[in-house]
Write a protein that binds this ligand. Structure first.
Ligand code: RP5
Length: 151
């Protein structure tokens, strides 16, 4: 994530990964304030064995696109909700990547963070049958938890 202030949103991705048993790390890497940290992180990611990067950022959110430009690992972008523009700024700056460098963009805020984790797990499940089974179980439990009436 681009800032410690993004953690309130990105913690939902971390919690979903935890609940699915997906190993992960959480880092603050700012495209603006720590550009060299971003360069080193993205450049080293594949060699360190990382398989997917979830990048959450707000405002002029360059982090996902810049990370994606420096690695072929799939990058999932989470637009963090902002006070001034409600995250529309984050969304548009993450989703509107020019052709050639893809970022898989999720919804603004908590829903996007949760779905980024689920999508990362789906990507990883392509080569991990046990994770695929855990994802199937998660879906079944979610379905079973939906009441058929609001009262
Ligand atoms: C972005 O600027 C971060 O991703 C964060 O969402 C936003 C504001 O950061 P802070 O000023 O709260 O550190 O780089």
């Amino acid at each position: 994530m681009g800032s410690k202030s993004d953690w309130d949103t990105m913690v939902h991705a971390a919690e979903m990964l935890d609940s699915l048993g997906v190993a992960h790390e959480t880092k603050i890497v700012s495209a603006h304030r720590t550009p060299e940290r971003l360069y080193e992180y993205a450049r080293a990611a594949r060699g360190r064995g990382l398989k997917v990067i979830i990048a959450g950022a707000g405002g002029a959110a360059h982090l996902p696109g810049m990370a994606a430009s420096m690695t072929i690992i799939p990058v999932l972008g989470v637009p963090v909700e902002t006070k001034s523009l409600k995250g529309m700024d984050s969304l548009l700056s993450i989703v509107q990547m020019p052709a050639g460098i893809p970022v898989g963009t999720l919804a603004i805020g908590k829903a996007g963070a949760i779905n980024a984790a689920l999508l990362a797990a789906s990507i990883l499940a392509a080569g991990d049958e046990r994770l695929a089974e855990r994802l199937e179980r998660h879906r079944s439990e979610q379905t079973a938890s939906v009441a058929d009436s609001p009262e």
